[in-house]
Design a protein around this ligand. Structure first.
Ligand code: C2E
Length: 351
């Protein structure tokens, strides 16, 4: 499929296909981002393919192409998404290799220095013991050899210094690539993958250190209705707004992620229930207090609200069980009228 589209995009039909792609993107009501262009180019370039079929099905069902939907289509149908995974894996392997090269370099540093020192010491002790001319010659020969080795050591050290800087540079570059692969493009918060990894590591740490770990999940109230009324481009702006408030509250060492379509998660380390509840209440109140405007028409959109639920990790609890309890607290907030924060520990126990 890819090869076919790639060939068409370099053929006399290329501009016709590109124009058709733009028309279809506009008809579908999505932003002409590179990712959406790629999705529709593949669908139009291969009209009988699985991606084209899925897009037709969504159009027939009047399903909006929200960011979450196009992300899912890309993950399932675009080779590039698989490539991102491969780049991440390759990056990990390379990182590991670089670590071992770094330690070899450090070791070579040490042995070279030790070798120079040994020769120096040998020369000194022979010189002290010798009286005759013969021994003096040996000493002088040894001293010359020592100086040569020291000279070589210095030049090797310079080369190693350059290599070490290169390793550091590559590491930083890899870190940037990895961060990109862990970030949600719309909201710039951590994405689901990053959240899963962070939560698993945080659970391990909490288990071994016995420290407090709290997980909150937040969901925009009536988001579907909002999207249906104002269009999902405005819906995307709302996601960005809610994410910006959550992101500000969840500055490091806290952690925030876009966990699903309109669902967000926050992780609190070493914080009391009172502190977590106060942080979530401030997010909830700030979001509810602001009246948003539709950028294209300046229409008043009114306020959006969020519901939140949080849970304190129990000893031995797995990440998924922990998430389930935080989710249950979120649904308690939804059931009891939305725009509120609930704590899993305070929910009535199921019969
Ligand atoms: P953005 O449009 O990129 O705006 C980034 C930040 O610039 C906003 O952060 C805000 O601090 C400032 N800003 C931009 N436009 C205005 C404005 O017209 N008036 C004021 N007072 N400040 C402005 P903030 O508020 O955290 O919003 C983050 C994102 O959420 C925005 O990114 C935008 O995508 C969305 N958003 C926020 N409020 C609205 C709104 O009323 N309507 C729409 N359509 N989107 C909004």
């Amino acid at each position: 499929m890819t090869a076919k589209v790639e060939t068409t995009l370099r053929s006399p039909q290329a501009y016709g296909l590109a124009r058709q792609v733009v028309d279809e993107i506009e008809a579908a009501g999505v932003w002409p981002t590179p990712l959406n262009f790629e999705l529709w180019a593949h669908a139009l370039g291969d009209p009988d393919g699985a991606l084209a079929g899925e897009i037709k099905r969504l159009v027939a069902a009047s399903e909006p192409f929200t960011e979450a939907v196009t992300d899912m289509l890309a993950a399932e149908h675009l080779p590039r998404s698989r490539l991102t995974e491969q780049i991440r894996d390759a990056g990990r392997v390379l990182d590991r290799e670089l670590s071992s090269v770094s330690s070899v370099i450090a070791q070579a540093h040490k042995s070279q220095a030790a070798y120079g020192q040994t020769l120096d010491q040998a020369a000194t002790s022979i010189e002290a013991a010798a009286n005759g001319d013969g021994l003096r010659t040996i000493v002088s020969g040894l001293t010359t050899a020592t100086r040569q080795v020291q000279h070589e050591t210095e030049s090797l050290e310079k080369k190693l210094e350059v290599s070490t800087q290169e390793v550091v540079r590559l590491r930083e570059h890899l870190e940037l690539v990895r961060r990109d692969a862990m970030t949600d493009a719309l909201t710039e918060l951590a994405n689901r993958k990053a959240f899963d990894e962070h939560l698993a590591a945080a659970c391990d740490h909490a288990e071994s250190s016995g420290s407090a770990l709290t997980l909150a999940v937040l969901d925009i109230d009536h988001f579907k209705h909002f999207n249906d009324t104002w269009g999902h481009q405005t819906g995307d702006q709302v996601l960005r707004y809610v994410a910006s408030v959550i992101g500000r509250t969840a500055a490091t060492p806290r952690f925030a992620a876009r966990y699903g379509g309109e669902e967000f998660a926050m992780v609190f380390h070493h914080e009391s229930v009172t502190m977590v509840e106060a942080a979530l209440e401030s997010v909830r109140k700030e979001i509810a207090s602001r009246s948003l405007r539709r950028r294209s028409t300046n229409d008043e959109l009114g306020a959006v609200t969020v519901s939140a639920g949080f849970a304190v990790r129990q000893t031995g609890e797995t990440a998924s069980a922990f998430l389930e309890r935080a989710d249950a607290a979120l649904y308690a907030s939804k059931r009891s009228g939305r725009n509120r924060v609930s704590c899993a520990e305070r929910l009535p126990k199921a019969a």
